[in-house]
Ligand binder design. Structure first.
Ligand SMILES: Cc1ncc(COP(=O)(O)O)c(C=O)c1O
Length: 384
C-alpha cells in the first residue's frame, strides 16, 4: 500500500533523538532548530518524560471519558500553577486544529452567534471551522467555504474598529495567534491585542488566543498574548503540550459555562496523554525552561542581528524568524545538507527557528556558526 502523498519530504529517516539532537538511520547527528515544527518543548526523549509515559503504560493507557481520570485534574492543577490561569477550566483534546475547532464552536454556543473574525496570514488548522478561519485558500475545500468567517489585515487597528462598528453584534469570536507561525513569525502588537480585548468586552465577543504554536512557554512567557492588560477568554494549546505525544486542549475563562455533551472526544485526556503532558510541565518548572527560552532567545536575536546578509530578524523567545534574500535562497537546504541543522521555513523566503525550549548556549552557538559558514559559502559560490 502506498502512503497518501501529501507531504514534501526530506530524504532523511530519523531513528533516534535526545535533547536538541536527532540521528538518522546511518548514525548522522543533526541539530534540531525546528523542534519537529515547534512540538519539542522540553527536549527530545527527555528521561523524565520517557519514565512518566513508561510507568503510566504499565498501569493503564486509555479509558473513555465516561469515568473519572484523576490525571486530568492533576494536569489542570499543574497548568493553573504554571500558566497562572487559576480560575480557568480545561477541556482536553488531541491536536491544535481540534483545540481551535472546539474553541470556535464553544464561542458560538456561548454567544448564540455565527460570525468569526480572523486575520490575514493566520493559520488555525485543517478541520472544518479551523481551516475556514485560516487564510490559505489552497487548503480550504469547497465544503469548508463559509460566509461566517471574515478576514482583516493583521495589526490594522483602523480596520478592526470599523469592522466591530458594523458587525460587532453578530460576532461570536475573534481568533488570533499572538505570534503568527506558519504566516512567517509576525508578532501581534500589544496595542492590537488590547484593542481586541476592549472591543470583545464592549460587544460581548469571545477572544480566542490561538496559542498552539506561540504558547506553552515558547515566547518566554506561558502565553504570548498576555501583554499588559490582556487576558483572552479561550486559549488553544497543542504542539509543545506533549513534547511529541499527541495532546491538545483549551483553557476556558470562568464566565463560559459548560453543559453536558456540548463538547466531547473519545481520545482527548486519556491517561497516557495526561502523563506525557504532566511530565512536560514538571520539567518546564524544574528546569526553568521559560527563563531559559527568554535568555537563549534574546541571545540568538542579538547575534542574528549582527549578521548583515539576513533581514528582518523578528520573534520572541525561541520563536524566531528572518528573511533570506534571493541570492541566499539555498540557505535552508545548505544548513541541512552540509551542516546537519534542521530549521523551519515559511513561504516565500522566511527561515523559522523553533527549537526545544531547553536549547543551551553552546547549541545556539553551533547553529550560529553553521549559519555564518553557510552564508559565506553561498556568497562565495555566487561571486565565482
Ligand atoms: C497557530 C496554529 N494553530 C493551529 C495549528 C494546527 O495544529 P495541528 O497541526 O496540531 O492540528 C497549527 C499547526 O501548525 C498552528 O501553527
Amino acid at each position: 500500500m502506498k502512503l497518501f502523498d501529501v507531504y514534501p519530504l526530506n530524504n532523511i529517516a530519523i531513528t533516534k533523538a535526545l535533547g536538541a539532537y536527532v540521528w538518522d538511520d546511518k548514525g548522522v547527528q543533526y541539530l534540531d532548530m525546528y523542534g519537529g515544527h515547534a512540538v519539542i518543548s522540553i527536549g527530545h526523549t527527555h528521561p523524565h518524560w520517557v519514565k512518566r509515559i513508561e510507568e503510566q503504560l504499565e498501569k493503564i493507557a486509555f479509558y473513555s471519558n465516561s469515568i473519572i481520570i484523576p490525571l486530568q485534574q492533576q494536569l489542570a492543577d499543574k497548568l493553573a500553577t504554571v500558566s497562572g490561569k487559576n480560575d480557568f477550566q480545561l477541556f482536553l483534546c488531541n491536536s491544535g486544529a481540534e483545540a481551535n475547532e472546539n474553541a470556535l464552536k464553544l464561542a458560538s454556543f456561548h454567544t448564540g452567534r455565527k460570525k468569526i473574525l480572523a486575520f490575514n496570514k493566520g493559520f488555525h488548522g485543517r478541520t472544518s471551522l479551523a481551516v475556514a478561519a485560516t487564510d490559505n485558500p489552497s487548503i480550504v475545500a469547497p465544503v469548508n467555504q463559509t460566509d461566517h468567517v471574515d478576514f482583516l489585515p493583521f495589526n490594522d487597528e483602523t480596520a478592526l474598529n470599523a469592522y466591530f462598528q458594523s458587525k460587532g453584534n453578530d460576532l461570536a469570536a475573534v481568533i488570533i495567534e499572538g505570534i503568527q507561525g506558519v504566516g512567517g513569525i509576525n508578532i501581534a502588537s500589544d496595542s492590537f491585542l488590547r484593542l481586541i480585548r476592549n472591543l470583545c468586552n464592549q460587544y460581548g465577543v469571545v477572544f480566542i488566543a490561538d496559542s498552539v504554536q506561540c504558547g506553552y512557554g515558547r515566547s518566554g512567557q506561558f502565553f504570548a498574548h498576555d501583554v499588559d492588560g490582556v487576558q483572552a477568554d479561550i486559549y488553544s494549546m497543542a504542539k509543545g503540550m506533549g513534547n511529541g505525544f499527541p495532546i491538545g486542549g483549551i483553557l476556558i475563562a470562568p464566565h463560559i459555562q459548560p453543559k453536558h455533551f456540548m463538547l466531547g472526544t473519545t481520545f482527548g485526556g486519556n491517561h497516557l496523554a495526561c502523563a506525557a503532558a504532566l511530565a512536560v510541565l514538571e520539567v518546564m518548572e524544574k528546569e526553568e525552561l521559560m527563563q531559559n527560552t527568554k535568555r537563549i532567545g534574546d541571545y540568538l536575536m542579538s547575534e542574528l542581528s549582527k549578521i548583515e546578509a539576513i533581514e528582518n530578524i523578528r520573534g520572541k523567545g525561541l520563536m524566531i524568524g528572518f528573511d533570506v534574500p534571493e541570492h541566499l535562497k539555498g540557505l535552508k537546504k545548505k544548513l541541512l545538507d552540509d551542516y546537519r541543522v534542521f530549521t523551519g521555513e515559511a513561504k516565500p523566503n522566511v527561515i523559522r527557528l523553533l527549537p526545544s525550549l531547553a536549547l543551551n548556549q553552546q547549541q545556539a552557538d553551533a547553529f550560529l556558526t553553521a549559519l555564518k559558514k553557510s552564508i559565506a559559502e553561498l556568497q562565495e559560490n555566487k561571486s565565482i
